[in-house]
Design a protein around this ligand. Structure first.
Ligand SMILES: *Cc1c(COP(=O)(O)O)cnc(C)c1O
Length: 373
């Protein structure tokens, strides 16, 4: 059994992939070919944004959004402590300072009340200027934008949605990838919408911002070729990856329905035995991960027993960012962000993908319940 079974997905759409990729090989427009433009239009329409700009990966898409927002040294960039490193790494890459915020223990997403407290603390200390906030749609669940957007407006923060895991999810009918001034997603193969290598995209409704992002991904090019108006990156989405994504995007709504099926079956089977994910009313999760919580002293044994039974599991994320060695100079200490620390000690993700069959879910749940007895 695979944790995320990409081979089954490949077999399911194999003929479409082969035709799409053969088309790119025959056309020989490998960089920014016509498939990239088509994909950008479809992505923008799907997310409900005016503009989508495809790029090389999710990390550089986050970084280019911060570049466009003018984030730099002396700026505080607020982000949750319980996420993948990339969310905070991009602040450091810009010379800014990440300020870690605790999470809501139920949703795992950034806690708006703690964000307000951290903004106030930065203001009081007076060393950094509050500049941006990067909420993450962790495990596929959109963050609490109903509270985050007014907070960002009140303090003049640039709100950048990290929808690397959330793409496909929604809040009040509004899709992930459409919150804040800009959004970012990743097409890393294991994400809900993944390609066959690295890829990413940026989203915005702001025409000037979109033009800047488009320039940034191609060496800061101006209106003419070989005219450069800003320092940018080399961060384009390969045409072959765009062709793969066009195939997968067509199947994405059906896959999301399958993800709901698998998640519902897990939760029905496991309720009472472990803490299952909570999806607040009005939200749809894309279930990038199906993550349960178990007692910290039970987790390692449980994972080992499941492995013996052929069931792979994973910990997202074993160390909260404020306790990562790379951020030691920021002075984070155990106890600073208790909910992020507790989640790191208790969270455990189960095999999850749209092709997971009901009897496989039942088998995993049966083994899990047996191990817990
Ligand atoms: C995967 C991921 C990224 C980075 O995406 P890459 O395409 O791997 O660079 C950023 N943020 C979060 C939350 C992610 O899960």
């Amino acid at each position: 059994m695979q944790f995320i079974d990409l081979q089954r997905q490949y077999e399911a759409y194999r003929a479409e992939f082969e035709a799409a990729m053969a088309g790119v090989l025959a056309g020989a427009k490998f960089i920014l070919g016509p498939e990239v433009g088509r994909l950008e239009e479809e992505l923008a329409a799907y997310a409900g944004r005016r503009f989508a700009i495809a790029c090389g990966n999710g990390t550089s898409s986050l970084e280019m959004a911060l570049m466009a927002a003018g984030v730099g040294p002396g700026d505080a960039v607020f982000c949750p402590a319980f996420t993948f490193i990339a969310t905070a790494e991009v602040a450091m890459l810009r010379g800014a300072t990440p300020v870690f915020v605790d999470i809501d223990p139920v949703t795992y997403n950034i806690d708006p009340a703690d964000l307000a407290a951290k903004i106030a603390a930065v203001g009081k200390a007076g060393r950094l200027a509050p500049k941006a906030v990067i909420p993450v749609d962790l495990f596929g669940l959109p963050a609490d934008y109903g509270r985050l957007e007014p907070l960002a407006r009140e303090y003049g923060l640039f709100l950048l949605e990290d929808a690397a895991q959330g793409f496909g999810g929604s809040l009040g009918g509004q899709r992930a990838g459409s919150f804040g001034q800009a959004s970012s997603t990743s097409f890393f193969p294991a994400k809900p919408l993944g390609c066959y290598g690295d890829g990413g995209a940026m989203f915005t409704d702001d025409e000037a911002l979109a033009a800047t992002l488009r320039s940034l991904r191609g060496h800061g090019q101006g209106d003419r070729r070989y005219e450069h108006v800003r320092v940018g990156q080399n961060s384009r989405l390969d045409t072959l990856q765009a062709a793969v994504l066009l195939v997968k995007l067509a199947h994405f709504p059906q896959e999301l329905a399958e993800r709901q099926r698998v998640a519902a079956r897990y939760s029905k089977n496991l309720a009472g035995a472990v803490t299952v994910p909570t999806v607040p009313g009005g939200c749809v999760s894309s279930f990038a991960q199906y993550t349960i919580r178990v007692a910290p002293d039970k987790r390692a044994g449980l994972m080992a027993r499941l492995k013996e039974k052929g069931v792979p599991t994973a910990i997202y994320y074993p160390t909260p960012l404020h306790l990562q060695p790379v951020f030691a100079h920021l002075g984070g200490r155990p106890g600073d962000l208790p909910q992020a620390e507790k989640a790191s000690a208790e969270a455990m993700s189960l095999p999850f993908h749209p092709f997971l069959a009901d009897d496989e879910v039942d088998f995993i749940c049966g083994e899990l319940r047996r191990c817990l007895r």
